[in-house]
Structure formats: C-alpha cells, structure tokens
Design a protein around this ligand. Structure first.
Ligand code: UT7
Length: 323
C-alpha cells in the first residue's frame, strides 16, 4: 500500500528572541511565574519584513534542501496557519510563488494549534488517494501580531515561527513496520469556541482582532482530549506506549505535556519539549519540535513517532508515523 513517508524536514524562526524578562517590562508578570506555570523561557518574535509567508518559505526551503529536492519535485503545498499574511489569497499560494513554483496546487488549512496534525492528515489522504506524490506540509504562524500585548494572561504564552515536512508517496507492506503515516485521528467540537478564539474577523468586525483565551478552561480539557486521540492511535494500529520512540506534542504548556505523558505511561525521556525555546507557536510548534529533534539526532529513520495537538475550536488530533 502507499504510505506518506517523511523525506525532509526544516524550520525557520524570526531573528529576534524575546525573553520572559523583556515581557516583565510590558505587563505585570515575572520570569518565575511564566517558567513555573508554562515552562516557557523565551519566544521568537517576527520583526519588520518577517511574516507567516516569509517564515513558511524559510521552513519550506530548509525541508526541500534536507530532502534533496527542489520545488519542481513538489505537487502540493498545504500551509496550516491561523495568522495568514492576507485574508486571501492563501499563504500557501504566496509561499508557492516565493519558491518560484507555478505548477501543482497550494492551499491553507485552519485548525489553530492542531493545524499541523490536520495538514499532515490531509496530505496523507491526498497521497494515499493518488492525488499527490510529494507534499510540502508547512505550519507557520506570527501569533505575536494577534496578541493583546496588554493582556498578561495570553501575551506571555505565544511566539512566531515555521516548520515543514516533505511527505512522499512510497510503497509499504501495510504493517506498522512501514515507514510513513500509520494512522491519523482528528476531532473537533465547536461548542468550546468562547474558550479560545480571536475577537475579530473579515465577516464579523471587519478587523483582524486579538486572541482571547480562558486558559484554565482550556487546560482542564487538554489532557483528556490529548489522551483520547493518542489511545485511538494505539488502538487503530495495535501499538502501545512501550512501542514509541518519541512523543512530539504540541508545545503549549510544559505541565500539559508532562501530565499527558504521565497519564499515558510515556517516560519523559521520550518526549520532545521545545516550549522553553519557542513558546506556543500554534500550528508551527510540532514541525519546529520535529526539526529540532531530527537535527540533533534524537529522531532517527525508522523511529516510531507520535504527534498530538489540541487547540482552538476546540480541535484535537494525533498522527502516528514511522520516521
Ligand atoms: O495552544 C492552544 C491550547 N492552549 C493551551 O493549552 C493553554 C492552556 N492553559 C494554560 O496553559 C494555563 O491555563 C495558563 C498558562 C494559561 C495559565 O496557568 P494556570 O495555572 O491555569 O493559571 P490561572 O489562569 O489559574 O491563573 C493563576 C493566577 C491568577 O491570579 P489569581 O486569580 O490566582 O490571583 C492569574 O491572574 O495567575 C495570574 N496570572 C498571571 N500572573 C503573572 C495569569 N497570567 C499571569 C501572568 N503573570 N502572565
């Protein structure tokens, strides 16, 4: 059977690092509070000329170089983002043009912090359905541009960046020993909109709006939802936590990551954590974390890797893949 195999990975971050101490000058907060409650120590913030598309382009170029491919080899680009450069056209089309690519197709996908999970799942469906052979899957965000920098309950949490994977159609035997995506589990429930949303939009206020979150409420749901989609991935493939080489979670809060891993019996040594470096970069957080752990040699070819995320919508999901 056809499998969607990771052929390359890459990332791109803004030049500017913002530490917790710098945020102490903006709002009534402290490095101690941020580290204790979230695990975040710093985040990257886009500067002039840096946008979701420019960061996405950087991640795409890095992933293509890592894969030993050029834009000519790609037939589909999917960009997961909630912070597009423009309401339209899609940031994916912008990136396609920046890459000098004028064939194939490109579109955006919006599932907030679960965006990369939804995008990988979509790419996998295109590949297995024979509609695409090589897909650039990008998670790219500039959440700094939708933050209320006077709201200490949200502005300390998020950062900017982009990560990408090249997924390629390869023949597999149809077992969990295959490389590539083995299962994907997606969920959403719009009843939770008010707990995490942006208070603007083209069809409501005609403005971009700012991110609003009832953090404690989101936190309360997070571990249960994450556990649900991870258990579903194990059940669908007949695997267990013991089979995993790496858990690469969405990076929102160290306490959520540790709590989910503990509940599932996954030792913390097998969990990739980058929330300290990047903060919460929404759809970019998983491909950024993958890029860090694959670059430093932790994630190796053949490793069983579980991705999971939960965020605005609510949306949540998991992808189990063999690297
Ligand atoms: O990526 C999408 C998914 N998003 C998430 O997963 C985020 C989920 N939520 C969280 O990560 C956590 O709820 C937060 C990190 C947002 C907050 O942590 P918490 O332990 O739930 O804190 P809290 O909201 O219960 O607030 C505790 C206290 C409050 O003060 P009082 O009412 O106890 O006096 C807040 O006003 O901390 C206060 N507080 C702060 N203090 C210093 C809230 N934000 C800050 C801050 N600095 N930045």
């Amino acid at each position: 059977m056809i499998r969607s195999v990771v052929r390359g990975f890459g990332a791109s971050l803004p030049q500017r690092v913002m530490t917790n101490r710098e945020i102490e000058d903006k709002v009534d907060t402290s490095d101690e509070w941020i580290v204790q409650r979230t695990g975040i120590r710093q985040r990257y913030i886009a500067g002039e000329g840096e946008t979701t598309a420019s960061l996405g382009e950087g991640a795409a170029r890095a992933a293509l170089a890592n894969a030993g491919l050029t834009p000519a080899d790609i037939d589909l680009i999917i960009v997961a983002t909630s912070t597009p450069d423009n309401t339209f056209p899609a940031t994916a089309v912008n990136i396609q043009n920046r890459l000098g690519m004028h064939h194939g197709a490109a579109f955006d996908l919006q599932a907030v912090c679960s965006g990369f999970i939804f995008a990988v799942t979509t790419a996998d469906a295109y590949i297995r359905g024979g509609l695409a052979k090589r897909v650039l899957v990008i998670g790219a965000e500039t959440f700094s541009r939708i933050l209320d920098w006077n709201d200490r309950t949200t502005c300390v949490l998020f950062g900017d960046g982009a990560g990408a994977l090249v997924l390629e159609a390869q023949e597999g035997a149809g077992t969990t020993a295959d490389r590539g995506v083995l299962t994907a589990q997606l969920r959403s429930d719009g009843a939770h909109k008010e707990k995490l949303y942006v208070d603007g939009g083209p069809s409501t206020t005609g403005t971009v709006g700012h991110l609003r979150m009832e953090g404690r409420e989101v936190f309360k749901h997070a571990v249960g939802m994450i556990t649900d989609v991870i258990e579903a991935a194990f059940e669908a493939t007949g695997t267990t936590a013991d089979d995993l080489d790496w858990l690469v979670p969405h990076q929102a809060n160290r306490r959520i990551i540790d709590g989910s891993a503990k509940k599932l019996g996954i030792p913390l040594e097998k969990v990739v954590v980058t929330v300290d470096l990047h903060g919460n970069t929404s759809a970019a957080s998983i491909p950024l974390a993958l890029s860090v752990a694959a670059s430093d040699g932790r994630i190796k070819k053949g490793d069983l890797v579980l991705l999971e995320a939960m965020g605005g919508g609510f949306t949540w999901g998991s992808v189990l893949l063999r690297w």
